[in-house]
Design a protein around this ligand. Sequence first.
Ligand code: SF4
Ligand code: SF4
Length: 167
Amino acid sequence: MSRVMKFAPVILKNLFSKPVTRRYPDVPIKYPEGDRGHVEIQIDKCISCGMCVRSCPTGTLSVDRMKGTWTIDRFDCVQCGYCVLKCPVKCLSIVPGYQEPEREKASQTYQKSPEVLKAEAEKRAKQAALAKEMAAKKAAALKAKKEAEAAAAAGKAAESAPAAAKN
Ligand code: SF4
Ligand code: SF4
């Protein structure tokens, strides 16, 4: 009897209080402050600079500039947030919550939209054309300079030749 009396307050409390469990995933979970969450990317803002790749201590990120992809192996990510700090265009962020459970251990690849890829390809083509034009201009200027120097040297030689003949 004394045992029952000892546990009575606990029993009564549990009988009249709400369950401590939640109906996850029907009821969204509230993550505590300071939760590390996971890294998300706004892929169309990414400029494929590779700063995140170089700053990642676990080497879990990779970027393919030509394909316009950004890949993360979430099993290697330690949620340190360095990539988020280093991204120059702020397209990375740590958001609360964990990844959805998956059947396979696979890395996740995010692909830029076709419009962004097209715009980037056009920009690269313009830059290449500009670089080619600049190189051609530089080569032409160098050639003109060399020709002028050669002409000046020939002129000097022609001036000094009669003087030497007189002597
Ligand atoms: S949070 Fe840290 S470990 Fe995860 S991808 Fe970014 S830099 Fe790498
Ligand atoms: S640092 Fe940012 S912009 Fe640069 S590749 Fe990584 S996600 Fe893209």
